[in-house]
Design a binder for this molecule. Sequence first.
Ligand code: M6R
Length: 613
Amino acid sequence: MCGIVAYIGKRQAYPILIKGLQRLEYRGYDSAGVALLNGAMHVYKKKGKVQELINFAKTQDCEGTLGMGHTRWATHGKPDDINAHPHTSGDGRLTLIHNGIIENYATLKTALMRLGHTFTSQTDTEVLVHLIEELQRREHLPIEEAVRVALTKVVGAYAIVVMDKTEPNKLVAARKASPLVLGIGQDEFFFASDASPIVEYTKKVVYLEDEQIAVAHRNGAYELRNIFKNQIEEPFVQQLNLTIEALEKGGYDSFMLKEIHEQPKTIGDCMRGRLNAEEGWIKLGGLEEYEQRIGNAQRFIIAACGTSWHAGLVAEYLFEELARIPVEVEYASELRYRNPIITDKDVVIAISQSGETADTLAALELAKSQGALIYGIVNVVGSSIARLTHAGSYIHAGPEIGVASTKAFTGQVTLLTMMALSLGYKRGKISKTQYHKLLTEMENLPSKMEQVLKVNEQVKYIASEIKDAPNALYLGRGYNFPVALEGALKLKEISYIHAEGYPAAEMKHGPIALIDENMPVVVICNNKSAYEKIVSNIQEVKARKGIVIAVVTEGDTIIKELADYIIEIPDTEEPFAPLLSVIPLQLLSYHIAVMRNCNVDQPRNLAKSVTVE
Ligand code: M6R
């Protein structure tokens, strides 16, 4: 959702804030703003990308060693200069930036208006800064105490930073259900939504806990407190394991393209030290810790959203086939609100790249309260979901900055595949020979992925042929059905072409009516089982003159005869098919989006991490 960065120290704040906002821009890019304190409070805000703000600020006073910056993904109020953050108190003394939603803002606003407050924006955030102002005025509280008391009256989710013109040696920040990290430098401090704006200044960080408020002082001291108990809490200081190179494009035109090409490495990193085919083992720390309970679970419930949900669907096939454990895959947003039956015999697996998706978090909290064991499959280390779960495994894909998820998907599927294989073997559902064969093939997957990436130019040509189609259909069977959904989602979100993913056999039950000579139909065919059925589905599409783009196993001659375009990828074992077949679909959506002049990394209306429900 929104991105937050703030600084207090001896350096000029503005360059730190702007660089930080550019790193955080993947979280939202409806508008951006900064506030700088140098005796006077200067607030500059602009609708649009951070670049708009930079252009505007060129002619402004940007001095100051205390400041805050924000990049917005709009929730309350349209994206414009007025609704952009930072927001200012009525008396002009305070500025505040916020990520999250204040749910009771309407009630608070009415009460404040009765007390004479007037509001200029339509945001929930402005209400909060006025509430703090009101408490300051009535009770003469220092800024940190006014913020703390105000937050006890707030319902919702927030990460905030507040500055007070009359207390220029303090920066106050707090979090509840929205991420916030404190960077500790030499007599300087940083706050940010994630570590990316901080990493080049310090590696020493504290991830704030839920319901914590922090005060950072210019003299190098800082303090954490629980908002509700008003007690000091010990910080857990961590060393960042993040490099600047990982946050840059590394010669690629976009983060998405870089991340697509990183996949051979990232799935290799995901397996490193966890899988050894020669010695015949898979070791996943989180799994071993709760081996009995997970292995004996009556059912797995997978909760996730978007691309992570598609990885969950692949996992349903994996766990049921390889480990013979029943699986239900749930949209987290539905699970959390439908009074589900969950018991202590269930294991709930949350899949999330960011580890901050609000619906997934809420679904987990519900499942935890009903006694289930919660297992997290997460990319961002130290994220809220990672901390909420009983156990889990990181996918180690490194920062994923392109809004369209690519390497996180293959990382999630790799991790889930290892889990399914390990459980299947330990539960006696896979023979030793089969286990060894599958492990050996898994070790080959990074180099097979390298081979798949060589189809790039060919995919680019296909993209040029179909880029103007208004609709597209994606079909797959078995393990490749979730890949069809994922391919369609990728196309929709970055090229704005309407696309649907379907199990190939379902086509006859409706979508076939859409097929004519203008409809591109992407069929994922690197299956071994149900191969003949897919061939029949392609024939059905061709009989209606649809344009067939088929992803096939190298050497496939049958489909080559039928399809308009084929993309050949290396052969692999059936359970690993999605890890290879998804890559041409990622490339296809990428090239189509570029050819349609779409912003691949920052598609309209989207944000990388959806921290509101
Ligand atoms: O961070 P998460 O994996 O929990 O995010 C879930 C979805 O918001 C995310 O996968 C989204 O669908 C992506 N834009 C897909 O490319």
